[in-house]
Design a protein around this ligand. Structure first.
Ligand code: PEP
Length: 252
């Protein structure tokens, strides 16, 4: 059985003080009411070291939203996977559609990042998903397959166990438009089937496949009730303790 996970992606929100408050609030809320699933918060780089000191890592995993495609050296402004790991973080989000689109992250660049993240002991939340045009043209399966083949399907089965997949239809991210639970389940089942083809059924069954895209407390129970949806990657609704906790509680 795949681990159930609710992961937050703060994106470029919250200054340091606000981020500390949010992390403290979530830590307290989950200490008072233990979650029934894995919980991860992925924060901007500048929050990682401080948030790492605040949270109970037995309950909340910590992740970055990106890392460099180079190991170290003269790359002004970049943050390496090793640096991320040294803050106490355990995860990194790679392949988010915003990074693919706005920062031109290609499958080859992402493959480098994947290698470096794994070499530094980070687990990867690897995002895949189609645009609205691709969905209208019924190309979603081909798109997610190509994204996996381009950046993670070269890994060994042992390495692949450190990958969490986040299926995020681009048309549903931050738009308020959620994929229906049936739409999401259909493609999650497809994603699991291609992981099974590549790595075998046992690895596929152990792989957490999260849904992302306007997920909130009101639609999480229906989405999470589907057999191939193992939780969510949450953007907007991870920025307030009550909203995020409402989604976490969908596993209760
Ligand atoms: C995301 O960008 O990972 C995401 C799912 O955003 P939102 O929940 O705001 O749609």
């Amino acid at each position: 059985m795949a681990k159930k996970i609710v992961a937050g992606n703060w994106k470029m929100n919250k200054n340091l003080q606000e981020g500390i408050e949010l992390a403290k609030g979530l830590n307290e809320a989950l200490a008072a009411d233990k979650p029934n699933c894995g919980v991860v918060i992925c924060t901007p780089f500048i929050h990682l070291a401080k948030v790492s000191e605040i949270i109970n890592h037995d309950v909340i995993g910590l992740g970055a939203e990106n890392c460099a495609d180079k190991a170290s050296g003269a790359y002004t402004g970049e943050v390496s996977a090793e640096m991320v790991k040294s803050t106490g973080a355990e995860y990194v989000i790679l392949g988010h559609s915003e990074r693919r689109e706005y920062y031109n992250e290609t499958p080859e660049i992402l493959k480098e990042k994947v290698e470096l993240a794994l070499a530094n002991g980070l687990k990867i939340i690897f995002c895949i998903g189609e645009s609205l045009e691709q969905r209208k043209a019924n190309e979603q399966n081909a798109v997610v397959k190509a994204e996996l083949e381009g950046s993670v399907f070269h890994l060994s089965a042992e390495q692949f166990k450190n990958i969490v997949i986040a299926y995020e239809p681009i048309w549903a991210i931050g738009t308020g438009m959620t994929a229906t639970a049936d739409q999401a389940e259909e493609i999650h089942a497809y994603i699991r089937s291609i992981i099974a083809e590549k790595y075998g059924q046992a690895v596929a069954d152990e792989t957490s496949i999260l849904y992302g895209g306007s997920c909130k407390a009101s639609n999480a129970p229906e989405l999470f009730a589907k057999p191939d949806i193992d939780g969510g990657l949450i953007g907007g609704a991870s920025l307030k303790v009550a909203d995020f906790k409402g989604i976490i509680d969908a596993w209760k």
